[in-house]
Ligand binder design. Structure first.
Ligand SMILES: Nc1ncnc2c1ncn2[C@@H]1O[C@H](COP(=O)(O)OP(=O)(O)OP(=O)(O)O)[C@@H](O)[C@H]1O
Length: 876
């Protein structure tokens, strides 16, 4: 990998000329209200590529394979695709009236006002070492804003203002983000284009990340320069550059001189403290932030972060007639008999989970009384509730593959096992036998479930919550995400280790993240898959929300990659991880979820070395999701998972910069195909240590994503089939992208995965095994410092008051009293957040041991892997 020949994205040959077409691409990124209607699958791109056969993969590897050389393989974007935006943008030249233009101007002024303020020293320091891409200075703005928009008469006023603004003044971009990436040595380092001392969010994130001990124990001391920006949530940089589109501005935004819908919460590690008055949170919420949380997740406009609920989605509050009529149950939650909410249970059988699609479509009534369960464990926090019967659920026992036997797996292609018909469901058999470690908690009593929980689609998995904040003892801070903090905790009663993610309600409301946390809970609670992190408990207190999850001691896969000398892994290992990721995404798609934030940082490593997908706050559930369908013949059938969310388009601007799919940038809506795009980027990054479209700033990256073909370094170790897979996943036209026909089945059938036995993935030997070690990478010192007052945030020591406040806040977090579902009033924004516990606790979760530091993890190569995988689990 050392001899990688990399064409920096700024190389004109790589499509970075200041040419017309680039402006054309960016013209798509003008405020959404000016955009052309969705092109969707009707792109003009022509799929000239092969259908996946090895033979058709064409040419051999060439140094830094050019597009020309690879044409025979490539279904890259056609010229017509890049021409379309130009045409459309001209046709769609924005036409602002004088009032609208004035509003835009107001937005710009507000933004510059905030951006030109003197940065604090720590931010300045952080900015010097940063070179991320999440900020854009004014000069670039003027240079790179949409050509069509620039040319419009109405925009002149605003652009004049932009060009007059001090060029050194950066625009703050998503200052709230708490994450950063280290760039691998082989990643092209782009020249910094920012001026010294400017505010730079990614650098701040960087510093914060280091200070908080980062991730799940699997933390390495990485180079803090050259970070990549983090997850973007509804904050299209173009909106930030240009001011928000009018439809996203509320009257409040426009009238309050100091308000800015684009400014993010401060960069303090502290969550915004909740109101302390006796009226408490409820009145605070009702006064200031009437969110749409009482509506269906999908009914809330996805661009909530840049929109004002009051103006767009008025929600009625208590006392108002019909205040509850606006509430729609969470997706797939309210009616288990609806065909659109198939009950899909994946069982962690001894071995690989068998997906069980309940052909009765989850009719609770029919299944009631089948399996009385034992009473919940005692908890002082919990008041007893009337009990109800539940249907038995097959749930996986957490991942302990070595201790488990492989259950016979019945192929989903077995026609005898596939039922299509009235229920419209694919029955993929469960031949799993319950093992001692996989037994249902069958008792004589029934689980307690609140009325609200009973109505949930996942109610067969959960009962009334049996723990509260006091049930856990904090061991250390694992890391801080966008809005939540994740702690390694041990349950006092059992000594079991968990990852407890805590969100401040006030913060969630302030930053309009209510929908996100509800989505995350919904997906975690609904999912039951060995490659998706298990949710054990969730509960809320007056001021906080808690998600208690399986602790993945291996930390982020990204960190594991960083421990590699080359920052990348070989193709065989990449196949392992990508196959597990594909299985996880397939499952999510089956459930009607689109993940939308695949990246190595969101892939955690279980202690077994297998992956665990986490962080679902960007995921969305398809409206009217359909049941999977089996297509093809008995010999070669495929489960069409694409159809589960078929036709569902969503239009938020979310994702991670380097992973964002072209259709997301274009803003004309996207589908589940975005997940296959991100899979392509992930595989590329695993193999080469950097992402294929990285530019030296956000705009360049997006331009590359829209225009550039994927190029490969001169690396003969990567097979043609692998490159072919990447190319097909990175087809810019989502309608032509691999996965657009049958979803995951398309990907699984690709020659790159030919040897993979999908049903036995969980029994493969992982390439890397996380090990707690005294000599591993240790970030606990930093978090210890944080606790002792020596915390460094943004490169400078925070004053002791801040540290004290943090400690105080943590104390409160772990002392609050749990609020059961029934006492959370219906008008509470977090009414739909359930307090609940998994029916059966996992007996395989890690147990706290005094001798472990839980801060030092290293990754060892799995010696068993080659023998085990090639001889036992891979077809020959
Ligand atoms: N179950 C877990 N086990 C171990 N570490 C975890 C677990 N869940 C989260 N973490 C770690 O805690 C940190 C914060 O997690 P979180 O999901 O909030 O952050 P994030 O991925 O940045 O989220 P977001 O994208 O929402 O900002 C991350 O470093 C993450 O790897």
């Amino acid at each position: 990998m050392d001899n990688l020949q990399v064409i920096p994205p700024s190389n004109p040959a790589n499509g970075h000329t200041q040419d017309r077409s680039r402006s054309v691409s960016f013209s798509k990124l003008i405020p959404r209200s000016f955009r052309k209607p969705s092109v969707g699958n009707s792109g003009t791109e022509i799929d000239t590529g092969p259908d996946g056969s090895e033979e058709s993969m064409g040419l051999g590897t060439v140094p830094m394979e050019s597009q020309d050389q690879e044409d025979a393989l490539q279904e890259g974007p056609s010229k017509s695709e890049s021409q379309t935006p130009e045409t459309s943008s001209k046709q769609q030249s924005p036409s602002l009236g004088p009032t609208q233009a004035a509003k835009f101007s107001t937005r710009f002024k507000k933004m510059f006002k905030s951006s030109t303020r003197t940065p604090d020293p720590e931010q300045a320091e952080a900015s010097e070492i940063s070179e991320g891409s999440a900020d854009v200075n004014n000069a670039e703005l003027v240079e790179e804003l949409s050509e069509s928009w620039l040319n419009s008469d109405e925009s002149k006023h605003d652009m004049k203002f932009l060009s007059q603004a001090p060029t050194s003044a950066p625009l703050r971009v998503d200052a709230s983000r708490g994450r950063a990436r280290a760039r691998s040595p082989s990643t092209p380092i782009m020249p910094s284009h920012g001026s010294p001392g400017k505010l730079h969010n990614s650098s701040t994130r960087n510093s914060r990340k280091a200070s908080t001990g980062s991730q799940g124990g699997g933390v390495v001391n990485v180079d803090r320069r050259g970070t990549r920006s983090d997850t973007v949530r509804g904050s299209n940089p173009y909106f930030q550059c240009q001011g928000l589109p009018l439809h996203a501005l509320s009257s409040q935004d426009l009238n309050q001189p100091n308000s800015s819908a684009v400014s993010r919460h401060d960069e303090s590690m502290l969550m915004t403290p909740p109101p302390t008055s006796s009226t408490g949170l409820t009145s605070y919420l009702q006064t200031d932030y009437r969110s749409g949380s009482n509506k269906s997740l999908n009914d809330i406009n996805e661009n909530e972060e840049v929109e004002n609920f009051d103006s767009k989605d008025p929600v009625e509050f208590p006392g108002t007639p019909n205040s509850f009529n606006t509430r729609v149950a969470l997706p797939a939650a309210s009616n288990s008999t609806t065909p659109s909410s198939p009950l899909i249970i994946s069982e962690m059988s001894p071995g690989f989970p068998l997906i069980v699609v309940d052909a009765s479509c989850g009719n609770d009534a029919q299944l009631a009384d089948m399996s009385p369960l034992p009473p919940p464990a005692n908890s002082s926090d919990i008041k007893n509730e009337p009990v109800s019967h539940i249907k038995p659920s097959l749930r996986r026992v957490a991942s302990e593959p070595n201790a488990l036997k492989v259950a016979p797996v019945q192929s989903i292609s077995d026609p005898a096992k596939v039922k299509n018909g009235h229920s419209g469901l694919v029955a993929v058999t469960s031949s799993a036998k319950t093992s001692p470690t996989n037994t249902f908690n069958m008792g004589t009593d029934e689980p307690q479930r609140s009325h609200r929980l009973r109505n949930k689609s996942f109610s067969n998995k959960f009962k009334e919550v049996i723990v509260g904040p006091k049930s856990f003892e904090k061991i250390k801070l694992l890391g801080q995400g966008d809005v939540g903090k994740v702690y390694l905790v041990k349950e006092r009663k059992t000594n079991r280790l968990y990852a407890l993610k805590i969100f401040s309600k006030a913060e969630m409301i302030k930053r309009k993240k209510i929908k996100r946390i509800l989505a995350e809970q919904e997906i975690l609670a609904t999912s039951n898959h060995p490659f998706i992190v298990t949710l054990y408990h969730s509960f809320q207190s007056e001021d906080y929300l808690y998600l208690c999850m399986e602790y993945c001691m291996g930390g982020e896969f990204f960190r594991a990659l960083q421990t590699r000398k080359t920052k990348c892994i070989n193709e065989e290992d990449a196949r392992f991880y990508s196959s597990e990721v594909t299985a996880a995404i397939e499952y999510l798609h089956l459930m009607g979820f689109i993940y939308r934030d695949l990246k190595p940082e969101n892939i955690l490593l279980h202690k077994s070395g297998h992956i665990m997908l986490s962080d679902f706050d960007l995921s969305v559930q398809a409206k009217d999701s359909k049941n999977p369908v089996v297509k093809g013949s008995a010999q070669s059938s495929m489960v069409d998972t694409r159809i589960c969310s078929g036709g569902f388009r969503t239009n938020s601007f979310v994702g991670t910069e380097e992973y964002i799919a072209p259709e997301v940038i274009r803003g004309n809506g996207h589908t589940a195909a975005v997940d296959w795009w991100t899979l392509g980027i992930l595989i590329y990054e695993m193999l080469f240590g950097f992402t294929p479209f990285k530019g030296d700033n956000t705009n360049k990256t997006f331009s590359n994503v829209l225009k550039n073909d994927v190029n490969f370094p001169n690396n003969n170790e990567v097979s043609r089939s692998c490159k072919d897979l990447i190319r097909k996943l990175l087809i810019k036209n989502e309608g032509k992208r691999l996965g657009s026909k049958f979803g995951a089945s398309d990907i699984k059938k690709h020659p790159f995965f030919k040897k993979v036995q999908w049903s036995l993935l969980r029994n493969q030997e992982p390439p890397l095994l996380p090990v707690l070690t005294e000599n591993g990478y240790d970030f606990t010192r930093l978090s210890d410092n944080a606790n002792k007052g020596g915390v460094k945030v943004g490169g400078a020591s925070k004053n002791i008051d801040v540290v004290d406040a943090m400690a105080e806040q943590e104390k409160i977090m772990f002392e609050e009293k749990v609020e059961r579902d029934d006492i959370v009033s219906d008008d509470d924004p977090f009414h739909d957040f359930n307090s609940m516990s998994l029916m059966m606790q996992d007996n395989n979760s890690l147990i706290y041991g005094d001798n472990n530091s839980y801060g030092r993890v290293s990754y060892t190569s799995n010696q068993n892997r080659s023998r085990s995988n090639s001889h036992r689990f891979f077809k020959r």
